[in-house]
Every structure is written in structure tokens, then in C-alpha cells.
Design a protein around this ligand. Sequence first.
Ligand SMILES: Cc1cc2nc3c(=O)[nH]c(=O)nc-3n(C[C@H](O)[C@H](O)[C@H](O)COP(=O)(O)OP(=O)(O)OC[C@H]3O[C@@H](n4cnc5c(N)ncnc54)[C@H](O)[C@@H]3O)c2cc1C
Ligand code: SF4
Length: 488
Amino acid sequence: MPDPMTPITNGQEYIESLRNRGLVVYLFGQRVAEPVDHPIIRPSINAVAETYDLAAADPDLATAVSPYTGTRVNRFLHVATSANDLVMQNRMQRRLGQLTGTCFQRCVGMDAFNALHSVTHEIDARHGTPYHRRLIEFLTQVQRMNLVVGGAMTDVKGDRSRAPHEQADPDMYLRIVRRSDAGVWVTGAKAHQTGCLNSHWLVVMPTIRLGPKDRDYAIVGAIPVDAPGLTYVYGRQSCDTRSAEPDDLDQGNARFAGQEALIMFDDVFIPAERIFMDGEVEFAAMLVERFTCYHRRSYVCKTGVGDVLIGAAAAIAEANGIATASHVRDKLVEMTYLNETVFGTGMAASQLATPTASGAVLPDDMLANVCKHHVTSVPYVLGRLAQDLAGGLVVTLPSARDFAHPEVGPKLRKYLQGNPAVSTEDRVRLLRLIENMTMGRNAVGYLTESMHGAGSPQAQRIQIERGADLDHKKSLARKLAGIERGKE
Ligand SMILES: Cc1cc2nc3c(=O)[nH]c(=O)nc-3n(C[C@H](O)[C@H](O)[C@H](O)COP(=O)(O)OP(=O)(O)OC[C@H]3O[C@@H](n4cnc5c(N)ncnc54)[C@H](O)[C@@H]3O)c2cc1C
Ligand code: SF4
């Protein structure tokens, strides 16, 4: 944990703040001594560090004035109280996607704060609980210190057809196992936790609608990442061991990557002052729906990553000597229009925000779901088109060691030259970047995270069906068809 008296002001200080925490982290079956120095983990830390450096370089874009501290705070820690605040989140997310070409990991915590702001207010209004005040105190503290907060919602879930209390093993959803006046102790596991090791705090939340028998599963609270009883098992990614190679040529994007880990909670204590929901099962669905409403339009992050892939596709077309061909230009138009469609729906969801009782604003639910639903398919189409323009070398390139070999290297540079205006090495680097984004480390973020993050495609279709208001649309049709008369 960073020095409690010294706020973090830039990416380097953020990286240093992660050292010496003694986290229990496993990767490849071994305990990781210091995640900050691990070559596979470090690129994910660099991606979060960009969120600090962007705030320093462009405060209008990546900071906002907090009503709680009265000062500028990182936008990832700010609760949106206007449509413009939400629009600025989206603009910042696109920019960070452009800068990193991957998942920069801070949006889950941001969206959790935004959802909890209104939900705790509404729980308190019904039950007289102190959750909203506690949340604001916690938020003020992390704003002052400029900390990273991870959002831990997704439980491992066991048998998907059963409610938490119906599972054969009760630990399939995070649950309270003990209580005292001082707080609660929780046990269970959260899967796919983005940036959890790179965070200072985790906010745990239920992942599903809960019923009266699920009371012990209705827990929301903040836990320091180094709390006793937490074990992290790092998710391995395709081609991740390339990060440990000395030459960056094979890595595609050597500096940045995403991070997911499984977190196991073994009797972890949450003090009363850090509890923001405890047993109010009827508010679990509201929290999940509001969180996903924010988070599904946060996926405009992928349009920034899409900008990088479109650029890589255009540049490899130049390197291959095909840039002016009409089908190539048309494919780049196709990629651009699809990418902007995602951005347009996300921005519209933010622009059409409505106020909640707490003063926080909520994006438009239909458009947020449409945005995320596009994201479950658009990056795959962009990836296909980028691979089309790249040619087969994107999967058959020799390694950096072959290029460095005294005999075979010069011949490879001769035979793998395309357009003479572009060096063979630059052509190789572009091909490796496309590989990285469409099947390597950053395909985790660009493709499969786009599929499942913030809910698998069916989760959006359920919300879209709920919001479709077919009765209203049928009525419109019946009026024009002359079936319903005099009801205008
Ligand atoms: C890269 C990545 C990053 C993520 N980051 C985070 C994070 O930071 N924090 C966090 O909390 N979560 C995170 N998630 C979790 C994400 O929200 C889940 O992956 C998503 O909700 C799907 O859950 P699942 O992976 O358990 O898949 P499953 O629930 O197993 O889904 C698999 C399939 O089963 C279907 N299915 C599931 N349940 C049912 C049912 N009851 N009936 C019928 N069909 C069903 C789904 O529609 C889907 O087609 C992340 C996920 C990924 C992949
Ligand atoms: S997937 Fe996108 S929205 Fe989610 S944390 Fe990563 S960058 Fe943010």
C-alpha cells in the first residue's frame, strides 16, 4: 500500500506504489516474488500507469473536479453527475485504447462507484442504513490518494442453472461466513478479475439477482488488495511467454497488455465502515443492472484499440504494396464505419443520461446494451479484415532469433521485403502487432473480453428485449394500419 500521506501523481509513482505488498500470487504453479518486476505481469502494470500519465498530460480529458475533495481527481475515480461527465469518460477511454492497444483496467472500479452511488442512496432511503455515507468517505479517501480500485463482480458461479443458495458447494458465490459488530468475513472466489493485482483496493459486489434465501450472498464491500486470506492465480494468455524474451520483435506490443486473475477469498475480513450492502437482496438486481449499464458503454475503449488495428491494417497494406487497391481502401472504410458505430452508440448512451435520486446520472440502458452488443462482434470483423490485408505471413513469420542469425538473417530480410519503401523489420513489426491484437496477448482484451466482459452476448439481448417496448411499437403499427382508431 502506498504511503498514506503521499498521493500518487504519475505513472512511475503508481508503479512504485505496487511494490513490497507481499501479495499471494501464483503464475505457472509458482509463487510470484514481486509482480512489478515479473516480465509477464509488467506490461499490464504499464497499461494502468498510462491512466496516470494521461491525467497529468491532459487534465481536461482525464481528470474532473470532485465535489468531495474540491480538487481535480483522476476521472476514473469521479462520479458522473452530468451527461458531459459520461461523455468525457468515453472520450478518455477511446484515447487510452489508442495509447495502449489493450485493456487499461480501471473502468470496472469507476463503473462500480458510479452504480453504487445511486444504489447505496436508495438502500439507505428504504432501510435507514449508512451505506451512502460510508461509500462517499471511502471514495474521498481513494480520490485524495489517487488509488486504483478494481471491481470484483463475477463469481465462479458453479452450476449456472442454480441460485447461489442452491449450489452443491455454497462457496460458488462469494458469501458471508461470519459476522460480528466489527464487520463480516467472506469466502468464495471471483473469476476473470481485470487488473486486480494492479489495484490498491477491490470492491466486491454480487453478480446476479438474489432471493430471500441468498441473504449471505448480498455483500458489497471494499477490501485492500493485500488483505489476509486473498490468493491470486494469474490467468495465462496466448503468447504471454514472449514477454519474457529479450528481443521485442516477436511481441507485437512489448509495452502493454491486460491482466486477469482468479481471486480466492478465504475468510477475508471486511470492516463495518467498508460495507456498502449487507443482506439487502432486493437491491442486488438493481446494482447489477446499473453497473452493467455504465460498463457496457465503457466498452467504447475497444474503439481506441480498433483505431490502432485499423492503422496497422492500413500500414501493412502499404508495406505489402497494395495500399491503393480499391478493395483495400474499401476494407479500411468497412473497419472504420464499424468502429465508429460502436463509438456512436456508446456516446449516445452517455449523452442520453438521466438523473438518479443520489445526483449521479445513469446512461441510457438500451443504447448501452446495443453498444456492448456491437462490441461482441465488431472487433472480430475488424480482426478478420486486418488478417486479410496482412497476408499469411501474420502466422508464418520466422522468429526474432532467426532474423538475428548471421547466416539466415540477411536472407530473411531480402526475401521478406515487400514495398521497398518500407524496411523488412518495420513490415515484421506491423505483422507482429496484428498477430498480438487478433490472436496473441492483446486478443484477450480486443476479442474475448469484447465477447464476455460486462456480460456475454445473451445478457445484452435480454436487456434489449426488456427495453424493446413492443406493445408501444405494435400500437404505432396498428394505428397506421387502421386497426386502432381514435386513440391518438
Ligand atoms: C477478459 C475478461 C475480463 C473480465 N473482467 C472482469 C472484471 O474485471 N470484473 C468482473 O467482475 N468480471 C469480469 N469479467 C467477467 C465477465 O463479466 C464474465 O465473463 C461474463 O459475465 C460471463 O460469465 P462467465 O465467463 O462465467 O461465462 P458463463 O456464465 O459460463 O457463460 C458461458 C455461456 O453460458 C451462457 N449462460 C450462462 N448462464 C446461463 C444460464 N443460466 N442459462 C443459459 N445460458 C447461460 C452464457 O450466455 C454464455 O453463452 C471479465 C471477463 C473476461 C473474459
Ligand atoms: S475492457 Fe475496456 S472498459 Fe473494461 S476495464 Fe478494460 S479498458 Fe476498461
